[in-house]
Design a protein around this ligand. Structure first.
Ligand code: SF4
Length: 487
């Protein structure tokens, strides 16, 4: 086995029954469903051969590709098979998405249910593996990175107790090589490495993945031009991958028997190839022609309501292509607030090319188009923004009423200080007013109204669909009763 092992905890090493939406289940805390059954429903383990998983999180694959490019000896390993291989390893790299459940979705659920979410529990289980601790004593170095790296700043004691040598925060391509080489040499490592703007990789510096990613996820670009105050992404430059690079990664994924579909990942898939906020018809159509011709399923990671609303014809053309292969597709969408006044203060470009003062109309138009074209958005609302007033909350509640008829999930997230607002205070459950609670309840009602419909269309045509659908429905029914008791 290799000198460098890369891994991630069990909640990240899953294909979520080929349905990224189910991955949200890892944000929930342990509950009335027995753990073995909950993990089967929401994050079943990946197939493994000789300790090597059939696929891995895309971010981990990028690190692997970069280290291989620099001539290092590296293997991605399942967290359940570390014991068998860790003795030969000199460095263990760990991918962390939301290691302490401080991300908006998990921290909101944790605050409501007063329990730590599964993803935090499994990250800690991984880090407490006695074999890692034994290997540590004989000199193993541990390097942690990934989108959740920022959370370690709030958990210094954990870093010390688990002898983590280095945390890498930011896009790692230009720095992981030197850090892992230093670790192999036994050199001292910086305890926290924040990747500077000058070290951010250009497109040419980002290697293609060399082994399959979970659910065929491929990045089509990095960064975002909208500049919302509360967002980390906005601090990075905007770069779109050339179509040829995306095609190469999709083709690599499809060579694996375990990957048939593709999830296009960007902060706004609708803006692929665009230097501003206007979607580029040609580029999007060519990308989707390739994906729908070659893949058995497609999803988008994120897109914006404004981009959808700005090009309704293009959006239905894309939808037609996608629906020739499947019944629906999904993406995460940021609504954040129903108050145009608040939108103008904290996310003035989110509505662009429309005016921020028309934010609510943009949301309604975008949501209507998505409903008509069978895109199912998982939308977020931010609760407790530093500048939020009662009038803003009332407007968000009015908007929720207007969105009732649109097939969607709408999730309220407690404000987490990130991006340009990182020095602000966290929003806590104890600060929730009656209006906050009513809004939360409105979201829960909305989601449970649509969840059965979503389950029907999600599992339609799959041989195991009927069986799984009934379990999820049962789970949703019990969850609904529990949430009503808490709200
Ligand atoms: S649109 Fe989304 S990704 Fe872009 S800055 Fe705003 S919140 Fe961040």
């Amino acid at each position: 086995m290799a000198k460098i092992l890369l891994t991630a905890d069990r909640t990240l090493m899953s294909n979520y029954h080929d349905n990224e939406f189910l991955g949200f289940g890892t944000c929930a805390p342990p509950n009335f469903i027995p753990e073995w059954f909950y993990s089967f429903l929401f994050f079943p383990p990946l197939k493994v051969e000789g300790g090597i998983p059939a696929a891995a999180p895309y971010g981990l694959r990028k690190t692997e590709a970069q280290l291989l490019k620099e001539g290092l000896d590296v293997t991605v390993i399942s967290p359940d098979h570390l014991e068998e291989h860790i003795n030969e390893a000199k460095v263990l790299g760990i991918h962390a998405m939301d290691p302490f459940g401080l991300g908006p979705a998990s921290s909101t659920l944790a605050a409501i249910f007063k329990k730590e979410p599964y993803l935090a529990k499994y990250f800690q289980l991984l880090m407490s593996n006695p074999e890692i601790q034994k290997a540590k004593k004989r000199g193993l170095k541990i390097i942690v990175g990934g989108p959740g790296a920022w959370q370690f700043r709030y958990r210094q004691k954990f870093v010390k107790d688990h002898s983590i040598d280095c945390i890498v925060d930011g896009e790692g391509e230009n720095v992981v090589g030197k850090l892992f080489k230093a670790a192999l040499e036994g050199d001292e490592l910086p305890s926290y490495y924040e990747v500077g703007v000058k070290e951010t990789p250009s497109l040419e510096e980002i290697p293609d993945i060399v082994h399959p990613s979970i659910n065929g996820l491929v990045e089509i670009g990095r960064g975002c031009c909208r500049g919302c105050e509360f967002c980390n992404v906005t601090l990075r430059p905007l770069r779109w991958y050339p179509l040829e690079k995306i095609k190469r990664e999709i083709s690599l994924n499809l060579k694996s028997e375990k990957v048939e579909g593709c999830c296009l990942h960007a902060e706004d898939v609708m803006l692929y190839g665009s230097k501003n906020t206007i979607p580029q018809d040609d580029k999007l159509l060519r990308l989707h022609e390739f994906v729908t011709k070659n893949c058995d399923g497609i999803s988008w990671s994120h897109c914006s309501l404004a981009a959808v609303a700005s090009k309704p014809k293009l959006f239905s053309q894309l939808s037609e292509m996608i629906l020739s292969k499947q019944a629906w597709w999904g993406a995460e969408i940021g609504i954040e607030t129903g108050s145009a006044e608040l939108a103008q203060k904290i996310m003035p470009a989110k509505a662009h090319p429309f005016k921020a003062e028309n934010w609510t109309e943009v949301v309604q138009d975008g949501m209507g188009l998505m409903h008509d074209n069978m895109m199912v958005p998982a939308c977020t609302l931010i609760v407790g923004l530093p500048e939020e007033k009662e009038a803003d909350l009332l407007k968000t509640m009015e908007l929720m009423d207007d969105l009732k008829g649109f097939r969607s999930l709408i999730v309220p997230l407690f404000f987490v200080p990130l991006g340009r607002l990182k020095s602000e205070d966290w929003f806590k459950r104890t600060e929730m007013s009656d209006l906050h609670k009513q809004l939360l309840f409105q979201c829960v009602e909305h989601d449970f109204h649509w969840v059965n419909d979503l389950l029907e269309i999600s599992f339609r045509g799959k041989w195991y669909g009927r069986f799984l659908r009934e379990f999820y429905k049962g789970f949703a029914g019990i969850a609904k009763r529990k949430v009503r008791q808490i709200a």
